[in-house]
Design a protein around this ligand. Structure first.
Ligand SMILES: [Zn+2]
Length: 310
C-alpha cells in the first residue's frame, strides 16, 4: 500500500476561481480516492473532470457540513461519477442530503443571488448517506479519517483529521484565508453566517488543537494554510479580536450590517481588506456573511469566550 496523497481541488463555480477547495485523498496504489467536501452543484461538473483526470475511482465523500459551497455538489458527483459508495455527514445534516428542499429554501432566503450561484443540490439516495459521530474513524482504501464534531459555524459542522498524514480538514471551522483577485492581497475573515455561536466556535478551535496530530491545515477557503499548524493558534487569537471589535461596535451604535461592516473595517486590517476586496465573492459572501453573523450574535446577546469579554 503506497502513501496517501492529498490534492487541492478547485470547487469554485465560474467565473471566480481558487475560493472553494474540496480535497482529493488519493490512496496509494489502489487507484481509489476519497473526497473531502464536494463543492457546489454548479461546480460538480468541473470537479468530476478533475477526479477523472487524476485517473482514480472516487469511493467516498466526507462532508465537513451541508452548506451549499461544501455539500451542495455531493448528489451531482454521486450521479456523475457512479462510483461513490458512501457520503459521510454530521448526523444533523443527514436528512438534508436526502431531501435538500428545506436547506434550499433557507439558503435562498439567506444567500439571495449566491444561492443560485451555488445551485440547488441534487438529492442523494438514503442508502448512500452515512451519519458520522464525534470521534468516529472512517476507513477507506488505507486512510483513517477521524471525525471531530466542531459546531459553531453551523450546528452540523465537523472537521476531519487524516491520521498518520497529519492533515486537518477544517471546512469552515477555522476561518477563510484566500488571495484576492489581484493575485497578491491575502484576505482573512471569519466564517460565521447567522445563526452564529461564538462560544461554540471558539471551543471547537480549542478542541481541534487538543486532538492534535496534524501539521497541515486544509481550509475550505482556500487550500493549505501557508504556515501549517500554527495557523490554527493564530486564528484562535484573531477571532477574539473580531468578537471584541464587533460587540464594541454594536454597543457603540453599529446596529445594522452596513454600519458594522464599516466599523469593523476601521478597527481591523483584515476587515478592511474584506470590505474592499476586488472579488465580489470575498466582499459579499465571505466578509458580509461574517458581518451578518457577528451582528446576529450581538443582537441575540450570544455569550463570548471568557478571553473575549469586554
Ligand atoms: Zn464555506
Amino acid at each position: 500500500m503506497g502513501r496517501l496523497e492529498v490534492k487541492v481541488l478547485d470547487g469554485t463555480p465560474p467565473p471566480a476561481s481558487r475560493m472553494i477547495s474540496p480535497y482529493l485523498v488519493v490512496c496509494g496504489d489502489t487507484g481509489e480516492a476519497v473526497m473531502i467536501d464536494s463543492g457546489s452543484k454548479t461546480s460538480a461538473g468541473l470537479l468530476a473532470d478533475q477526479v477523472r483526470s487524476e485517473g482514480v475511482t472516487l469511493k467516498a465523500i466526507i462532508l465537513t457540513h451541508i452548506h451549499l459551497d461544501h455539500g451542495g455538489g455531493a448528489g451531482s458527483l454521486y450521479r456523475m461519477l457512479g462510483s461513490v459508495e458512501r457520503v459521510y455527514v454530521h448526523p444533523r445534516g443527514e436528512k438534508h442530503l436526502v431531501d435538500p428542499s428545506k436547506l434550499w429554501k433557507a439558503s435562498k432566503s439567506f444567500l439571495g443571488p449566491y444561492a443560485d450561484y451555488f445551485g440547488k443540490p441534487e438529492p442523494l439516495p438514503p442508502e448512500a448517506v452515512k451519519p458520522a459521530g464525534d470521534g468516529e474513524e472512517i476507513e477507506f482504501c488505507g486512510g483513517r479519517f477521524r471525525v471531530i464534531h466542531t459546531p459553531g459555524h453551523a450546528s452540523h459542522h465537523m472537521s476531519i483529521l487524516l491520521e498518520g498524514e497529519g492533515v486537518l480538514f477544517t471546512g469552515d471551522s477555522a476561518g477563510v484565508s484566500v488571495v484576492d483577485e489581484d493575485g497578491v492581497t491575502r484576505v482573512e475573515v471569519p466564517t460565521n453566517p447567522p445563526p452564529f455561536k461564538p462560544l461554540l466556535y471558539y471551543e471547537s478551535l480549542l478542541k481541534m488543537m487538543r486532538v492534535g496530530g496534524f501539521d497541515r491545515v486544509a481550509l475550505g477557503h482556500y487550500g493549505f494554510a501557508p504556515e501549517g499548524r500554527s495557523y490554527l493558534e493564530r486564528h484562535a487569537r484573531e477571532i477574539i479580536d473580531w468578537f471584541r471589535a464587533a460587540y464594541e461596535a454594536y454597543r457603540g451604535g453599529a446596529t445594522d450590517a452596513f454600519r458594522l461592516a464599516e466599523a469593523l473595517a476601521r478597527a481591523l486590517e483584515q476587515a478592511k481588506r474584506g470590505l474592499r476586496a476586488k472579488s465580489p465573492l470575498v466582499r459579499e459572501f465571505f466578509y458580509m456573511g461574517a458581518v451578518y453573523g457577528l451582528l446576529d450574535a450581538a443582537q441575540r446577546g450570544e455569550q463570548l469566550p471568557a478571553v473575549a469579554q469586554v
